[in-house]
Design a protein around this ligand. Structure first.
Ligand code: SAM
Ligand code: SF4
Ligand code: SF4
Length: 332
């Protein structure tokens, strides 16, 4: 068992397969900011990603989440899913998407072995959608994507909603009702100070407590125990339907003590935290044909040295931590 300095076991790997996206959400990749995207040759190839995953399974990784940027803009992402889902050490493979291209790809994703899917839905209002996602695109495609994920038979389809004050906090109850009606597991996410571009302000964070208070105005909820201590969401059950809803309270109720996630960026660096400013360049090691045992040793030490707990110490450290990696590069 490989543990870091705070006794956290390595278990999950989040892989950003591309830093590109067909949206420019203001809380992640604001449209008015200039962004230089990676060149194709700088991205890890699918074969290289498979190589990294294979190595990391030797150190304890069992769960994979593919994300980005927008994972569905990378060509034939189903080929990567096929490669990873056929590894017997991998017990779970999930994907997070903005849903825009999903209805066209869902069959391929499912047959490639994808087990779980999370779709981001920042609003239910067509008139608000374009201003949140920074592109003149229609919400209809995302709703079609959600519908297709249910139709193709994914057991649990999760919805992510990042809540930002005065943007979509007036839709908390509407989103909850939508997910109840369509049997979707909703996760509200507190707005985070990820990356360096979103001009985050603490006042824009709608806390888990506030979200819960709003939900309790309409629904009876009981808290559910986390199945695994590394789960990120505070989970609740509606007492009338038994359906689940959760809140990821990274700002007001940090869960760093149980964070067992390593992140692989689109350009092939390993990051021990969403708020890290320094990654381990595993792509160079692989491309320079450094021996596999030696790479494993380096990654092992990298995890053993890990003591990140940014969300716990945000108030003290945030003004000093100004060079952190962008979320769309390291994977949300
Ligand atoms: N493009 C895909 C998507 O949007 O689902 C996957 C990558 S995105 C970075 C993953 C998740 O991060 C999304 O659910 C998004 O809402 C969330 N996210 C992005 N920026 C955020 C921020 N500043 N605070 C909290 N959540 C954020
Ligand atoms: Fe793209 Fe997802 Fe970031 Fe929005 S949150 S800009 S969809 S990567
Ligand atoms: Fe994990 Fe870093 Fe988030 Fe804490 S702040 S939960 S260590 S990724």
């Amino acid at each position: 068992m490989l543990c870091d300095k705070l006794g956290r076991e390595l278990r999950d790997l989040r892989i950003s397969v591309t830093d590109r996206c067909n949206f420019r959400c203001f809380f992640c990749m604001p449209p008015d900011r200039e962004i230089t995207f990676l060149k194709r040759e700088d991205l890890l190839t699918y074969e290289e990603i498979r190589e990294v995953v294979d190595m990391l399974t030797k150190l304890g990784v069992k769960k994979i989440r593919l994300t980005g940027g927008e994972p569905l803009v990378r060509t034939h992402i189903e080929n990567l899913i096929k490669m990873i889902s056929s590894m017997k050490q991998i017990k779970d493979i999930a994907l997070t998407t903005n849903g825009y291209l999903l209805s066209k790809k869902i069959g391929d994703l499912k047959s490639a072995g994808l087990m779980r899917i999370t779709i981001s839905l920042p609003t239910l209002r067509e008139d608000k959608f374009a201003s949140i996602v920074g592109k003149n695109l229609s919400l209809r495609e995302v709703l079609e994507g959600i519908k297709s994920a249910k139709e193709v038979g994914f057991k649990s389809v999760k919805i992510n909603t990042t809540v930002v004050r005065n943007v979509n906090d007036d839709e908390i109850l509407d989103l909850a009702e939508f997910c109840r009606k369509h049997d979707l597991i909703l996760r509200f996410i507190e707005y985070m100070d990820v990356g360096t571009l979103n001009s985050w302000q603490r006042e824009k964070v709608v806390s888990a407590e506030e979200i819960l208070e709003k939900l309790r105005q309409k629904y009876k909820l009981e808290e559910i125990e986390r199945e695994h201590k590394s789960e990120t969401a505070l989970k609740f059950r509606y007492t009338d339907t038994g359906q689940e809803i959760g809140i990821i309270a990274s700002v007001t109720k940090p869960f760093c003590r149980n964070c067992n996630r390593l992140r692989l960026s689109a350009e092939g660096k390993l990051y021990p935290c969403l708020f890290s400013n320094k990654g381990l360049d595993i792509k160079s090691l692989i491309r320079n044909s450094v021996g596999r045992d030696y790479i494993l040793q380096i990654v092992k030490s990298f995890w053993e040295e890990r003591e990140d707990r940014y969300s716990e110490i945000r108030e003290i450290i945030s003004s000093k931590n100004t060079h952190r990696v962008e979320m769309f590069r390291v994977g949300g």
